[in-house]
Design a protein around this ligand. Structure first.
Ligand code: AP5
Ligand code: MG
Length: 214
């Protein structure tokens, strides 16, 4: 199963991708997580990406397209993958289509998690991310078992640098300008699934799995 998660910042792409990846036993590939790991390790890519991420802007296409194309060539992607946060622009989607065509395959579904802008800011201010493995929680909606400690790796939880209110508003603006056109792109390809992202985490997962089939 080859899947793309679409939706505004904070719509729940990462939250759902984790469950989908576990259900279908496919890797969860998040470009945001890849950039954050590079920032943490102070790599050249991380330094470049941070300049854009801290402002709520997209990292330039040329820094992300080859990175994902290489990742999809790896052995663990042979039975599928769930992409989270990529593609984010029409040129990225076109490069993905052509990379997959070269590999003799194509995407199965793009899943839109639809959440109104008005819900996004409050969600983001309550989000906490694990400094160790990147797992995501919410202080009210999706709490960790022990306060400020990751359930999976026991590392500490932090508010992401780009989850400040002004940066979230900028990310939303950029989403509408540059990423939202992908909804129509995948609808035109006949592979778009749209789910109501205001439901509970479990109800959304169930809805997605019902549509995809087990
Ligand atoms: P990225 O990390 O992808 O951020 P994003 O798209 O802004 O999305 P988020 O991770 O913020 O939200 P999410 O949809 O995953 O929501 P989550 O599940 O955490 O990218 C960060 C930056 O990297 C970008 O701004 C850009 O600069 C750069 N970048 C990355 N990819 C790029 C690319 N391809 N091209 C260019 N630049 C790129 O959920 C949010 C919160 O809500 C959590 O607290 C969660 O617990 C809670 N929650 C989830 N579901 C529910 C629910 N159903 N009900 C209530 N609460 C919920
Ligand atoms: Mg995410």
């Amino acid at each position: 199963m080859k899947l793309i998660m679409l939706g505004a910042p904070g719509a729940g792409k990462g939250t759902q991708a984790k469950y989908i990846a576990a259900t279908y036993k496919i890797p969860h590939i998040s470009t945001g997580d890849i950039f954050r790991a590079n920032i943490k390790n102070d790599t050249e890519l991380g330094k470049k990406a941070k300049e854009f991420m801290d402002l709520g802007l997209l990292v330039p296409d040329n820094l992300v397209v080859d990175l994902v194309a290489d990742r999809l060539q790896q052995e663990d992607c042979k039975d599928g993958f769930v992409l989270d946060g990529f593609p984010r622009t029409i040129p990225q989607a076109e490069s993905l289509d052509s990379a997959l065509l070269d590999m003799g395959t194509k995407m199965d579904y793009a899943i839109e998690i639809a959440v109104p802008d008005s819900d996004i800011v409050s969600r983001m201010s309550g989000r906490r991310a694990c400094v160790g493995c990147g797992a995501t929680y919410h202080i009210v909606n999706v709490p960790s078992k022990v306060e400020n400690q990751c359930d999976t790796c026991n590392s500490g939880l932090i508010l992401r640098d780009d989850d400040k209110k002004e940066t979230v508003l900028k990310r939303l603006e950029i989403y509408h300008e540059q990423t939202r056109p992908l909804i129509e792109y995948y609808n035109n390809q006949g592979i778009l699934i749209s789910v109501d992202g205001t439901l509970t985490v479990k109800d959304i997962t169930d809805e997605i799995i019902k549509v995809l089939g087990v």
